[in-house]
Write a protein that binds this ligand. Structure first.
Ligand code: CMP
Length: 145
């Protein structure tokens, strides 16, 4: 079943963009949109609103706006779970033991600076894709990729 999901290369890993794009393709997935952007604090807090009560929220936001991020739309069979598998465990320190070839193992640092993000469900993929690639109101090319 073909799905679309959001991939996000975080500020600590934008210099590794080439290697990360290659890992997406090597997994059999396709990249159908890409956008590099420096988020405002408000935008970052909106994106991670589900984590606003967590102890790590402030650290997460500071890190997330410390430089530009690259948002990508990923298309493919079971893209939501497959992209998260390519990412590896959330904590990069754990990822280095559990999935040494994963993106977070190779390019992240710890539980906060973890190189990249992936939507966790089809519903959050729809919300997060709309956040970075709004489907209406723009003057750009039709959003049909
Ligand atoms: P991400 O997959 O983008 O989803 C939420 C982010 O919050 C996560 O990656 C990490 O960057 C951060 N995060 C999640 N859990 C923790 C934690 N226990 N301590 C610090 N940061 C965390």
């Amino acid at each position: 079943r073909k799905q679309r999901t959001l991939g996000l290369i975080k500020p600590d890993a934008v210099t590794k963009l080439g290697a990360i794009f290659q890992m997406v393709y090597d997994a059999g997935l396709t990249i159908t949109k890409a956008k590099m952007t420096l988020l405002s604090r408000k935008e970052a807090m909106d994106f991670y609103v589900e984590h606003q009560a967590k102890t790590f929220f402030t650290d997460l936001i500071e890190f997330f706006i410390s430089g530009p991020v690259v948002a990508i739309e990923i298309l493919g069979d079971e893209a939501v779970s497959l992209w998260r598998k390519v990412l590896g465990p959330t904590d990069s320190s754990a990822a280095r033991n559990e999935a040494p070839e994963s993106i977070r193992a190779k390019f992240g640092t710890d539980g906060t600076k973890n190189a990249a993000h992936g939507s966790d469900t089809l519903a959050s993929a729809a919300r997060e894709l709309e956040f970075f690639f709004p489907s209406s109101g723009g003057h750009g090319p039709a959003n049909t990729a």
